[in-house]
Design a protein around this ligand. Structure first.
Ligand SMILES: C[S@@+](CC[C@H](N)C(=O)[O-])C[C@H]1O[C@@H](n2cnc3c(N)ncnc32)[C@H](O)[C@@H]1O
Length: 318
């Protein structure tokens, strides 16, 4: 690739395609098949403009969380990775906050193309490298990034979550920040109990896996409680710097609306109250769909980073 990105990142990226997207390749996986089947769900930037969509309701709270987590980050100087960027909901936010070196990775070509088009319209195309690849093919060396985002994307690695997050840790600079947003088991157990019945709720509890769609043949992905997530981060050589739950209510209300139980008229009439309730839940709620974690590299007592990480998955209930 004849641009500055190869130099900045110290990797060979090959020739970009007609839309300026670089391809590194990827392997087929359950997660890839799932996303190709339910591809609409990854266009969360575009879906923010759809009235009463979950993305419209939850995105402001994600941004509020990122405002806090990145308060002290020098985004203008930072090299940033957005893993599983979708159509760029949060890369777009980072650009608005002054970032201008963002590597956006996704194995779904359509979302990358949609984001590329948006960047051309906003004049930010040269600030973003669009990389079509999967987690296993990420080419980056240790200490490459100052900020890594993995919002609603890393848990699709399923059994490889632990090794995956340890790899992201390695790609992070010593004082870097890794922000990941992952499913909260209690939220998904409640959602399943209400809409799918007791058996599904108990299955989630037992297996620590949930299905994102009602199709019983769809794969399950990881969901844990806070203590279990913390154990995974600790084993990967990461330390929790901050955390913020994203309320389950956005998702519940969306499902109730789609099922016709809460009518559109009522959502329109009570819009202000709904917003006040969401504001309240962001600050005081305890039932979450996802929890957003701000993570940093763990240091030894002498201040140095540990030389290797131990990935211990023995405690999983399988
Ligand atoms: C729920 S969407 C979230 C998108 C974006 N982070 C956001 O919050 O708007 C998850 C995204 O991760 C991508 N993804 C999941 N697993 C991946 C993998 N192993 N390699 C690359 N991309 C992946 C999907 O294609 C999808 O675009």
């Amino acid at each position: 690739m004849d641009n500055v990105w190869c130099e900045r990142l110290g990797v060979e990226l090959g020739k970009p395609d007609a839309l300026g997207i670089c391809h590194i390749g990827f392997s087929s996986s359950e997660a890839y098949d799932f996303h190709q089947r339910y591809t609409k769900g990854a266009h969360l930037r575009r879906l923010e403009t759809v009235p009463f969509h979950q993305s419209q309701w939850e995105s402001p709270y994600y941004r509020k969380t990122l405002d806090r987590f990145l308060e002290n980050a020098d985004l203008a100087q930072a090299m940033i990775l957005d893993f599983g960027c979708g159509d760029g909901r949060f890369a777009d936010y980072l650009l608005q906050r002054g970032a201008h070196q963002i590597v956006c990775v996704d194995f779904d070509y359509a979302t990358l193309a949609a984001f590329g088009e948006h960047l051309t319209e906003t004049g930010d195309r040269d600030k973003v490298l669009l990389l079509h690849t999967d987690f296993d093919h990420l080419p980056f060396a240790a200490d490459t990034f100052d900020v890594i985002l993995a919002i609603g994307s890393l848990y699709y690695l399923d059994r490889q979550y632990e090794t995956g997050i340890a790899r992201l840790r390695d790609m992070l600079g010593q004082d870097g920040v890794l922000i990941t947003s992952d499913p909260s088991i209690e939220g998904f157990m409640l959602r399943a109990l209400v809409f799918n019945g007791l058996n599904e709720s108990l299955d989630i509890f037992r297996s620590r896996r949930f299905r994102e769609v009602t199709d019983a043949s769809a794969p399950g992905f990881r969901a844990f409680d806070d203590g279990e997530w913390r154990d995974i981060f600790r084993a990967a050589g990461l330390t929790v710097l901050d955390r913020q739950g994203i309320s389950l209510f956005h998702n519940l209300l969306r499902v109730l609306f789609l099922k016709g139980i809460v009518p559109e008229e009522q959502l329109r009439e009570r819009q202000d109250d709904i917003e006040s309730m969401f504001d309240y839940l962001h600050d005081h709620g305890s039932l979450f769909k996802h929890v957003v974690w701000k993570l940093g590299k763990k240091r030894n007592s002498d201040g140095a980073a540990p030389s290797q990480h131990v990935v211990d998955d023995a405690f999983f209930i399988l």
